[in-house]
Design a protein around this ligand. Structure first.
Ligand SMILES: *Cc1c(COP(=O)(O)O)cnc(C)c1O
Length: 405
């Protein structure tokens, strides 16, 4: 089946709506993606037909819900090419996954240990590690980037030492679109005995990562950026690491036996899944993976790259427009500014014309500091966007520029 964007758009009910009297042009996919009917249906089906708590009841509904939830775990395992289902931990999202790992490392680090973070991280892959450093006396060091928004790998090589315990980096930058050379980073870090966590929140809608081939230690992502619902995500951890880390939260589901004298913890993955999870969300995460896989990640990448090239050329034809993030290897994110105009003002005017873009620092203030700007306008494209929508964006930005300058 060949890629047919008109047919694909019919799968997304929200794409039929109007905003401020214009057909919606949704270009804020890096913040969250829209949801196809198949994902919405999975949520409705759960609540309509087999809503029950999981792993506990012997009754039919509970068994059906448990089966569906565990099937979703297997879909995630297969999709990301993960060795064992118990290495897939359901979380509430990327932020939760990173905090879980950072919390677990508190007992494993000491003063003098070093952690490496890239210069282009989302705040959620910076702040939990700073909190960890405060607790343990470990030091955070930064892998710098260049003006194209690419990591300076030769500096990374010099930062890596026997003191390095952990390296964390995003697969794709949400503010710049850069695809980082994670496999090279993992290989080099391992040579020094350091573990690596990859933040995949921004990549999973565009690329299918092979976590076994990468040999990564931890990987986190959120369902909502890959056509799934909000409030659910996954943490992959190598079994040896997950067994070593202490639980993050205590409660029901994560225990083997509880008495007031001593509690023993459940086996993986339940050790890290305290409390009633987002059951509908987990099941719908599986439906989102099914949906994207049916379209095919190669097709998605090919189409989005064409859209990215077209949009970059068209936007750059506007005088005074500068794009931040021009890495050789990037996904369909365009961060830009126009000389002398505040990004917020552009965002407000294009919204009046029915176009949703993001403005601001995109939870990545260090990147904005590096470029010495307060923020950018960010247009981020998904496989359901079209060339006509790019044309509408370009026309709207031109109009905003004329009104504001
Ligand atoms: C969105 C995003 C996050 C945070 O994800 P949440 O779903 O808000 O937890 C972290 N890192 C990157 C690169 C992101 O794009």
């Amino acid at each position: 089946m060949s890629f047919d964007v008109d047919n694909i758009r019919k799968d997304f009910p929200i794409l039929q709506r109007e905003v401020n009297g214009y057909p919606l042009v949704y270009l804020d996919n890096a913040a969250t993606s829209q949801k196809p009917q198949a994902v919405i249906d999975a949520i409705v089906a759960y609540y309509s037909h087999y809503n029950a708590n999981i792993h506990r009841g012997v009754h039919t509904l509970s068994q059906e819900a448990t089966d569906a939830y565990e099937q979703a775990r297997q879909k995630i395992q297969q999709h990301f090419h993960i060795g064992k289902p118990e290495e897939v931990i359901f979380t509430s999202g990327t932020t939760h996954g990173i905090n879980l790992v950072a919390n677990g490392f508190a007992s494993l680090l000491k003063t003098g240990d070093e952690l490496l973070v890239s210069a282009m991280e989302h705040h959620s892959n910076i702040v939990p590690w700073q909190m960890l450093c405060e607790k343990t006396g470990a030091t955070l060091k930064v892998i710098p980037m260049n003006l194209s928004g690419e990591l300076e790998m030769d500096v990374f090589n010099t930062l890596l030492t026997e003191k390095t315990k952990l390296v964390f980096v995003n697969h794709v930058s949400n503010a710049l679109g850069t695809i980082n050379p994670v496999e090279e980073i993992i290989q080099k870090a391992h040579a020094f005995g350091a573990a690596v966590l990859v933040d995949g929140a921004q990549s999973c809608a565009h690329i299918r990562p092979d976590l076994t081939a990468w040999d990564v230690d931890f990987f986190v992502t959120s369902a909502h950026k890959m056509c799934g619902p909000t409030g659910v995500g996954m943490l992959y951890g190598k079994k040896e690491w997950l067994n070593l880390l202490p639980p993050y939260q205590g409660g029901g589901e994560m225990i083997k036996e509880v008495s007031f004298e001593k509690t023993t913890y459940a086996e993986l993955p339940h050790k890290f899944e305290a409390g009633t999870p987002n059951i509908a969300g987990g099941i719908a995460f599986g439906a989102a993976i099914d949906y994207l896989s049916k379209i095919g990640f190669e097709e998605i990448a090919r189409y989005e790259n064409e859209l990215l090239d077209y949009a970059s050329k068209q936007l750059l034809s506007i005088e005074g427009l500068k794009i931040y993030g021009t890495a050789e290897n990037k996904t369909s994110v365009i961060s830009f500014n126009i000389d002398g105009i505040h990004p917020y003002d552009i965002g407000t005017i294009v919204d009046k014309l029915g176009i949703a873009v993001r403005t601001g620092h995109h939870c990545a203030q260090p990147i904005m500091d590096y470029f010495k700007i307060p923020g950018t306008v960010r247009a981020s494209f998904a496989f359901y966007n079209t060339r006509e929508e790019v044309d509408r964006l370009v026309a709207a930005v031109k109009r905003a520029k004329n009104m504001l300058s």
